[in-house]
Design a protein around this ligand. Structure first.
Ligand code: SER
Length: 595
């Protein structure tokens, strides 16, 4: 095996695929453009979904890259040898071009010749087949032809050998995975790459993407057959460098060394210390990438910002275990920045922002952490039974800034549970109160400023519905909306530019609704009721239990906080002034109302 560092492995990947006709593309942002079902980019294929579904990629149909990814499903597992919340994925794609008979021999060649892995140390798995898709005997035969002995080719079910979709819907298919056989004895006669006894380490995954999983959970054949492969950079380095843990590779060692010098303790000296060092290193690294992303995240209490806050606060808590001096995270972030110098230019560009945001969150949380720990100790001492109440957990959240996950973790360390359900109730009540507050403010704003924005808002609803109808696409969904006195701006999911005829048809539909001069009716109902009646509404989770539904005759019905015009007849003449791309798979329309 060749001992490569991260820079050398990335370069080897780019060269290998460039030689095979691929264009190298830049890593996309960590924040997905067109998938409201996940918060972060979780795989290399994620930003390429529109192209896997058939849209033309400007760089052609053979692509390769290294993609920044974040997976936060198991933040609480971080601290062991292998889990990381951030990782880089080496990937290559065929968009309806080559398929299995090219990809499998290339995979074999890269692993054996470029990485120098002994072929007898390779094991592979292929899809065993089920009612959605037959067994992948073609891949098994190709592997055999390369020289992998039959006994090292495993047929496994969907739970192991099926990939995707990345969110709830999207492209997916059977895959073939490649493993290093560590030479450990089989743990049982059924031992296979599916088991986690440590005999087999996964190194690469080739997905043969032939299906699209739709919103009903059905697998439809894709228009084109794609290849999507992914190799985890950190894990592969760990194998190639013969390390026990990713934290010992060149992507982490300098960060661990920095932590060590700041706290005067050594990595490996004690299980708790090692775990705390890994947690701090991982969480700071992920935070650096989130804040330094081209669509920079900042700490908040919702969505991506909440995950960032959770990571930083968990890192701060574990820095207490290490007895790191206060405000150490910024210097640890500097060690991370150095490792990626010249690899991700956005990190260099945003270095000050990264330092400021981390320093600010340290400042905020250092302030309340000690008080919160004291409060927790009090709770623990006087607790009757073994469950911390939702109300107490909410106080820790609201007054001391403890993310609920942190309270749960602290409780577990003390052999206790938390009533998370009650916490969520308390949280929701609190949210509803502030939601009402926000609505009041909006109403106030409208009274002294403008009925024009309300009219443009009404036009936005009519246009949203008209787009779905004219484009025959129920998934032409709102991605963003911005209204000024002069114009509306509306972003929606759609894979291609609109034709002039379609633009006219949308204008005509909206103007027809305006002509009809229907009354705009607002009703309150539950989200379920609104859905049952067929209301459009995408951001249900952000609303309280009861929502407002605005109905405009037969022309539109949408969940919305308002405000709107009283009748559609007030709107004037609707005109689209611009239709353009907003980002991959998202279009942007600007429109006005002429008096
Ligand atoms: N999408 C697949 C994975 O994440 C291959 O790139 O493993």
């Amino acid at each position: 095996m060749k001992t490569l560092d991260a820079k050398a492995l990335r370069q080897l990947w780019f060269d290998f695929f460039t030689e095979r006709g691929h264009k190298i593309i830049r890593s996309a942002s960590l924040i997905p453009e067109n998938d409201p079902t996940v918060l972060f980019t979780t795989a290399g294929m994620h930003p390429l979904v529109p192209y896997l579904l058939g849209e033309k990629h400007p760089e052609g149909n053979r692509l390769a890259d290294v993609q920044k990814c974040v997976r936060t499903g198991d933040i609480d597992e971080v601290g062991d040898a292998g889990h990381c919340t951030f990782f880089e994925m080496l990937g290559n794609w065929s968009l309806g071009d080559y398929f299995k008979s090219e990809m499998i021999p290339w995979s074999y060649e890269f692993l054996t010749r470029k990485l120098g892995i002994d072929k007898d140390k390779l094991a592979v798995s292929v899809f065993a087949g089920d009612e959605d898709c037959p067994a992948d005997t073609a891949s098994a035969e190709l592997w055999e032809k390369c020289g992998i002995p039959k006994e090292n080719i495993f047929f496994l079910p969907k739970s192991n050998n099926w990939w995707g979709p990345a969110g709830i819907t999207g492209p997916c298919g059977p895959d073939t995975e490649m493993f290093i056989d560590t030479g450990k004895p089989k743990c049982s006669e059924h031992c296979s790459p599916a088991c986690d006894c440590g005999k087999y380490l996964e190194i690469w995954n080739d997905v043969f993407m032939e299906f699209n999983k739709n919103a009903d959970g059905k697998y439809e054949p894709l228009k084109q057959k794609n290849v999507d492969t992914g190799m985890g950079l950190e894990r592969t380095l760990c194998i190639l460098q013969g390390k026990k843990s990713v934290y010992e590779t060149d992507l982490f060692a300098p960060v661990i060394a920095k932590i060590s010098s700041l706290c005067g303790k050594s990595y490996g000296e004690d299980e708790n210390i090692t775990k705390a060092m890994r947690i701090v290193a991982d969480h700071v690294r992920t935070s650096v990438f989130m804040i330094g992303d081209e669509k920079g995240v900042v700490c908040s209490n919702v969505d991506q910002g909440y995950i960032l806050r959770r990571l930083l606060r968990r890192a701060i808590r574990y820095s207490k275990t290490l007895e790191l001096p206060p405000h150490s995270l910024v210097s640890i972030a500097d060690a991370v920045l150095e490792i990626y110098d010249g690899v991700y230019p956005e990190l260099n560009e945003n270095a000050d922002k990264i330092r400021d945001e981390i320093a600010r969150e340290e400042e905020r949380f250092e302030h309340t952490l000690q008080g919160g720990i004291k409060e927790f100790e009090k709770l623990r001492t006087y607790l009757v039974g073994d469950t911390i109440s939702g109300k107490a957990a909410f106080k820790l959240y609201d007054t001391y800034g403890f993310p609920i996950e942190m309270t749960v973790e602290l409780a577990a360390e003390n052999g206790l549970k938390v009533n998370v359900e009650d916490f969520e109730k308390a949280f929701k009540e609190h949210q509803e109160k502030s939601h009402q507050g926000a609505e009041q403010k909006f109403k106030g704003g409208l009274a002294d400023n403008t009925e024009k924005t309300a009219r443009l808002h009404t036009a936005t609803h009519l246009m949203h519905k008209a787009l779905k109808e004219v484009l025959h696409d129920e998934n032409a969904n709102q991605k963003g909306s911005n209204i000024t006195e002069e114009r509306l701006r509306f972003d929606f999911t759609f894979p291609r530019p609109l034709t002039p005829e379609e633009i006219r048809a949308v204008e005509d539909k909206v103007n027809e609704a305006i002509q009809a001069d229907v009354e705009i009716v607002c009703e309150e109902m539950t989200v379920d009721e609104a859905r049952k009646r067929g209301a459009v509404g995408l951001f249900a989770s952000k609303y309280g239990e009861k929502v407002k539904v605005y109905t405009m005759g037969k022309y539109s019905m949408e969940i919305c906080g308002g405000p709107h015009a009283k009748r559609t007849g007030e709107l004037g003449k609707f005109k689209i002034i611009k239709e353009q791309s907003s980002s991959a798979g998202v279009r942007r329309i600007k429109a006005i109302l002429e008096e």
